[in-house]
Design a protein around this ligand. Structure first.
Ligand SMILES: [Zn+2]
Length: 256
């Protein structure tokens, strides 16, 4: 049996830096996942919790998982060890303030590195879900210059696709087979291709699909939103979740 996780990275909105994805988008996402009785995993930045902690308290009470996505979305491979540790501690303090239980971490833009694993262990995390194994889309970060290291890209691209232990922390990679199984692909590719990708990935133990809180709002300056407007994206998401629900069980990452 393949287990499928639906995860959402919850952060400030793309381009505008607003929080409409948090305040409006998540409500739309909630309606869709409720339909298929999915309990998703959210990776939320500390600064979003600082502003909207009550939303996440309610969702965790409804058995959704709430994980950590850094304090304010800086790349982890661009910080030194002390900065990383401060970011984690500052973030976790805010989660604790709202009584939120945290087991997992996803680094902004998949920027996980060796030292971060050590810090995750020290700070009590059970797992990380940052490695973008076999994901060609990560080349975008190299082209845009947000990630300077071709080796970092290659290391992730050729890393294991199934979960494995690293420095005492379980790594649960996001799923891709050259094409990533993510919201962006769902927007730009025809639905049959996403279904085909899912069937290919189904040979693995765990499939991790992810999208962003800002996938659930209109973003006018985005080219991908011009290709696929919000309504069409929601319709495709509904259809792929139905397709998955007929063939697999859904799981929260903390339960793997
Ligand atoms: Zn993010």
């Amino acid at each position: 049996m393949t287990f499928v996780n639906i995860s959402v990275d919850v952060e400030r909105d793309l381009h505008s830096g607003d929080y409409l994805g948090v305040t409006e988008g998540l409500k739309i996402f909630e309606k869709i996942v409720e339909k298929y009785k999915i309990k998703p995993t959210l990776f939320v930045t500390g600064e979003v919790i600082e502003k909207y902690g009550e939303i996440f308290k309610r969702l965790q009470n409804n058995r959704w998982e709430v994980g950590f996505h850094s304090y304010d979305h800086k790349r982890f491979d661009k910080m030194d060890n002390e900065e990383k540790n401060n970011d984690i501690k500052k973030g976790l303090k805010i989660f604790r303030k709202y009584g939120l239980k945290v087991n997992g971490f996803r680094a902004p833009q998949h920027s996980i590195d060796e030292n971060t694993f050590k810090l995750l262990k020290e700070n009590g995390f059970k797992y990380d879900s940052s490695n973008a194994s076999k994901d060609i889309l990560q080349l975008v970060h190299l082209i845009r210059g947000s990630n300077k290291s071709i080796f970092g890209f290659l290391r992730q691209f050729f890393s294991k696709s199934n979960p494995y232990k690293k420095n005492g922390v379980l790594e649960i990679p996001t799923s891709a087979l050259v094409i990533p199984f993510v919201g962006y692909s769902l927007r730009i590719l025809p639905l049959f291709l996403m279904k085909f990708l899912f069937l290919l990935l189904k040979r693995r133990k765990v499939i991790v699909f992810y999208c962003h809180s800002w996938d659930f709002i209109e973003i006018n300056d985005s080219l991908t939103y011009k290709i696929c407007k919000l309504d069409r994206f929601l319709n495709k998401l509904d259809k792929i979740l139905y397709f998955i629900s007929e063939r697999s069980e859904f799981v929260k990452l903390e339960n793997i």
